[in-house]
Ligand binder design. Structure first.
Ligand code: MN
Ligand code: MN
Length: 479
């Protein structure tokens, strides 16, 4: 397949019919041009259409909870059904499972037995943000404010003076759940952490960045009007609003997961609209691409799965994070459904051993403001495709699996590059290690971004599309 493609491509470039497919000549030399230059007109339209759908999705899906809700809607619209409602699984069946509203698996059953291993693309669906503390509400200098804690690695000063939305859920003692989403609609109010104006702040200019804003300072203003002229507090007004609007008390906020996230909409960036500026692309870019690809899979050989998981930004914790046994639990149930009373532990272990897992998590790409953060020869560039993470120090996929992936990507004309950080000065976690620990064959992929973990991260539209195509090729793999 690969050789045939090379020959066709060489012929086409010799005839100058289509410079867009001269790519394969450069693969062995690792000197391919920007992916933008490889696109046909039809490809280019596909890139822009896909980006638009992605941006509309992540506008709504700004937390793990909202991602799962939106993704389930999309999966059901594409004919996927909850695993719990399907009695007998057959090849080609399209199913999904939700773990505690915060982790989602979307699957298409393969023609091979599940014990022959899965093809999984995994990504995380939480992003850096501010969470409310259990007793968030207080008053200071006639303002009502929320106490917050951070989720994930933030540069604290970047989260001030920008509109924030409040999203999440409040769980009440009677077992009901109250969903909360304020700040995404144009006529919604927003919240903000007001940093000092330069007029009154000359004394702090010399402070080191890490001390300029302390994490305990990240408290947004949430109210301003006193309850009434009897001098009752601004917080009383806020509590009255919460009671009226949501039927909740101060104590109900103890059993709540409320996140403050940037309220701005995803936007095209640059005159040419080639870039996307949006909150939460780490890692919902990868999660969306993996999801869209699995929704389009038909009759795969291997059982395919998008595994979209919570809590990567805080170390893969809790029963909805990648370190949870939920993934193994799900696989064992699927093997049991296939084998019934023939189920044995070694057959489940064999399933893990035979599974291939592409763990995708975005990473920084070369930044024009500070290219010196990189050793350039091993740095990823926006617009040059998915990147294989080869961080060294025991993190890399085994070289034979890297070779297998290279063949898959090249056979499917998916542009790729590699990333290794400048030694000793950079790093970043992912979910991959939690699966390789279970004796699964894992490779870490990424997509290069600018401004990761800030309120607006930046991706190249062509890379988003390349990842989607890579995921699809991996799911539809047959041998
Ligand atoms: Mn990430
Ligand atoms: Mn991250």
């Amino acid at each position: 397949m690969r050789n045939r493609y090379c020959m066709i491509s060489m012929l086409m470039s010799l005839l100058s019919m289509n410079p867009a497919h001269a790519q394969s000549d450069c693969l062995d030399e690792l000197d391919c041009e920007s992916s933008w230059l490889q696109l046909t007109d039809a490809d280019r339209a596909g890139v822009f259409d896909f980006a638009q759908e992605y941006m509309a999705f992540i506008h709504e899906a700004r937390t793990e909870l909202s991602f799962v809700a939106e993704a389930v809607r999309l999966a059901e619209a594409n004919g996927f059904r909850p695993l719990s409602e399907v009695d007998d699984l057959a090849p080609g069946d399209k199913i999904y499972e939700v773990n505690r509203d915060r982790t989602l698996s979307v699957m298409v059953i393969g023609s091979e037995p599940v014990s022959a291993g899965f093809h999984v693309v995994g990504a995380h669906i939480d992003s850096p943000r501010l969470d409310l503390k259990p007793r968030p509400l207080y008053q200071d200098n006639e303002f009502a404010l929320f106490q917050t804690n951070y989720h994930g690695g933030l540069k604290y000063h970047q989260w001030t003076n920008l509109p924030l939305a409040l999203m999440g859920r409040i769980d009440k003692k009677d077992g009901t759940t109250v969903p909360v989403s304020i700040g995404l609609r144009p006529d919604d109010p927003v919240f903000m952490i007001p940093e000092l104006s330069p007029h009154v702040d000359r004394g702090r200019n010399s402070r080191p960045l890490g001390e300029f804003i302390e994490p305990e300072d990240l408290d947004p203003v949430v109210g301003h009007i006193p309850m009434d002229d009897s001098g009752r507090a601004v917080v009383d007004q806020v509590l009255a609003y919460l009671a009226e609007e949501y039927g909740v008390t101060r104590a109900d906020l103890v059993s709540a997961e409320l996140a403050l996230v940037p309220a701005g909409a995803p936007r095209d960036m640059g005159f040419d609209r080639g870039l996307i500026a949006a909150y939460g692309q780490d890692d919902r870019l990868a999660a969306y691409a993996a999801l869209r690809a699995v929704l389009e899979v038909e009759n795969p050989q291997k059982t395919t799965m998008a595994y979209l998981v919570d809590n990567e930004e805080v170390g893969n914790r809790n029963n909805t994070g990648a370190r949870s046994d939920h993934f193994a639990d799900l696989l064992s149930r699927l093997v049991y459904r296939e084998l019934g009373s023939d189920y044995r532990e070694p057959l489940f272990r064999q399933t893990l051993r035979a599974t291939r897992f592409v763990s995708v998590d975005v990473n920084p790409g070369i930044n024009p403001m500070n290219p010196g953060a990189w050793e350039r020869g091993n740095a990823p560039k926006l617009g040059y495709g998915v990147n294989l993470k080869l961080y060294g120090q025991g993190n890399n996929a085994n070289s034979e699996f890297v070779a297998w992936i290279r063949a898959l990507l090249d056979d499917n004309q998916v542009p790729w590059q590699t990333i290794t950080y400048r030694v000793g000065s950079a790093g970043g976690g992912t979910i991959g290690g939690e699966f390789s620990r279970q004796n699964i064959e894992v490779i870490d992929f990424g997509v290069p971004l600018l401004s990761i973990h800030t309120p607006y991260a930046v991706s190249s539209k062509v890379d988003v599309y390349s990842l989607y195509r890579a995921a699809k090729a991996f799911y539809q793999f047959s041998e």
